[in-house]
Design a protein around this ligand. Structure first.
Ligand SMILES: *Cc1c(COP(=O)(O)O)cnc(C)c1O
Length: 515
């Protein structure tokens, strides 16, 4: 049996950079620009309008390059990340991101591309966006994707705006979006932001939405349903086709929150389930580093009838396409100014409008594209197969340790499994204590206290990139914690981290950035 990774690293004491500052120290050398301060302030011939000129220096730390590098390199080791530990944070799909994606997104002519470069000079780049869209359409069975939304929740918002605009044009004023209680928290929030009223539907004991229950909520005021599938219990909505039929009969739409697409990738076309709109979180399923508020992409896919409403601009194939859509390998010949095949178009008269300053978070799209191409059509399905297998392995093994805590003991889960705190509570340990103790064992905690309708929820998403050795090790740690941990130690955990247990409420409300 493998050893727990544990935490025994070297921790240095670390002052904030601002306290390491010495006047005049500089990390970079910039050649003199030949301008004097007084030139800037000259009123009529000013290079910069005087109202924009600072009165005082910005108060940045004045430090050398090695000071900066050491500071951030050391700090990075105080935290957990997918490159160092197992990271089973439910609903977040913290899979390992292959480094090849990063390498391709960092190629000079991709990384340094100016977003205002004219379309005729970036034909290969526009081809990537166009082709990537086609791949996603192939994987989902939908008609087109927009890459304008820069996060999953932004994709939901855009999708709901599309629905709103559709009904406005029809002259119907439908105000309700149905949201089962098994949906992600962003779903009702996005509904409100888009100008709808979310109406909650309770799910049954099986953790899924019952089609008969849904019928009670149907009226001509219902614009659509937002359904997270697999839902936040990690369970497949098995009535989904019936649900879609009921909605369509009422002239309403089915929006699927597809952030959990890792459970389906390469094996399920959502069009077969009757889905009209979906957002795919490229930063989750399609292997882009995320968390910490970095750039994301909530690519919004729609059925043919909603195409005209998608955000602008978008990549369009022009009439000048002399290859008749055939792929060709001769980039130099095919991509020249005379033979412009792709353009950035704003030609969509019923578009919901612009959502981003330019086209999309391009580097996220490149990573996702590289990820899919490196897997290939034949292997892409193994992602979801192994993700589901791994989650069921963890569910089965933890069922034995946390007996009575599995709300859905019957049946299989999809990409993640959820437990209540019933079994650990009996041993005097709370969910938050289990989470903190796992850090000392060298594992990132699972998602905790979500979904809200499961008492003290512990939500585990192992993803497909983990080996059975890692999973066994994690299961063993949970077992040890449950059997051997005393309440007094649990309350003080984590103990091996640089910063121990913090008062979470105070840390949020009154953060202290200076030591
Ligand atoms: C992560 C997630 C979201 C939100 O995605 P963001 O990119 O964080 O906005 C929405 N729904 C589900 C099911 C998710 O897991």
């Amino acid at each position: 049996m493998a050893k727990f990774p544990g935490i025994k690293g070297i921790f240095f004491d670390e002052d904030p950079l601002i306290e390491q500052s010495s006047k005049g120290v500089n990390g970079i050398g910039i050649p003199d620009c030949g301008l004097k301060k007084s030139d800037l302030r000259k009123d009529e011939s000013a290079y910069i309008d005087s109202k924009y000129i600072r009165k005082n220096p910005p108060g940045l730390p004045e430090v050398s390059e090695p000071t900066v590098v050491r500071h951030f390199t050391r700090l990075s080791g105080w935290n957990m990340c997918v490159d160092t530990v197992f990271y089973p944070l439910g609903s977040c799909t913290m899979k390992y991101n292959p480094k090849i994606n990063e390498k391709i997104a960092s190629l000079e002519n991709i990384k340094n591309l100016h977003p205002l470069t004219p379309a005729n000079l970036i034909q290969p780049v526009l081809k990537i966006v166009y082709d990537f869209n086609n791949i996603l359409c192939g994987l989902t069975g939908l008609a087109e994707f927009s890459f304008a939304p820069q996060a999953g929740a932004a994709g939901e918002f855009a999708g709901l705006k599309v629905i709103k605009k559709y009904f406005e044009l029809k002259g119907e004023n439908r105000k309700t979006i149905l949201v089962p209680d098994s949906s992600h928290g962003t779903n009702p929030a996005s509904s409100v932001l888009a100008g709808f009223t979310p109406v909650e539907i309770k799910t049954g004991k099986a953790g899924t939405l019952n089609a008969e229950e849904l019928k009670k909520f149907i009226s001509k005021d219902v614009a659509g349903i937002m359904i997270t599938n697999p839902n936040t219990f990690g369970v497949f909505e098995k009535d989904i086709k019936k649900i879609a039929e009921i909605m369509h009969k009422n002239g309403s739409f089915v929006y699927m929150d597809g952030a959990n697409f890792n459970a389906f990738l390469g094996n399920v076309k959502v069009s077969d389930m009757g889905i009209d709109l979906i957002q795919l979180n490229l930063h989750k399923t399609f292997s882009t580093p995320h968390g910490g508020g970095g750039p994301g992409s909530g690519a919004l896919g729609i059925v043919e009838s909603l195409r005209e409403f998608l955000p602008i601009p978008y990549v369009k194939k022009t009439a000048a396409d002399k290859n008749n859509g055939k792929n060709t390998s001769n980039y130099d010949k095919d991509f020249n100014a005379e033979n412009q095949v792709y353009e950035l178009s704003e030609d969509r008269k019923n578009s919901i409008g612009k959502m981003t300053p330019f086209l999309c978070n391009f580097a996220v799209l490149i990573r996702a594209y590289a990820y899919l191409l490196s897997l290939g059509r034949d292997n892409v399905g193994s992602v979801s197969e192994i993700a589901v297998l791994n989650a069921n392995y963890v569910k089965k093994k933890l069922d034995e340790i946390l007996s009575g805590s599995d709300p859905f003991e019957e049946g299989l889960c999809m990409h993640e499994c959820v437990f209540s705190d019933k079994a650990i509570e009996e041993g005097g340990i709370s969910t938050i204590e289990l989470a903190k103790l796992l850090i000392d064992y060298g594992f990132h905690p699972p998602t905790v206290y979500f979904p809200k309708n499961i008492h003290g929820a512990i939500m585990i998403e192992p993803t497909e990139t983990e080996s059975i050795r890692t999973l066994d090790n994690f299961i063993k740690a949970v077992k040890e914690i449950k059997l051997k941990t005393k309440k007094s130690r649990a309350a003080k955990s984590p103990q091996k981290t640089k910063v121990g247990r913090v008062n979470e409420v105070l840390a949020n409300k009154r953060p202290v950035f200076k030591s």
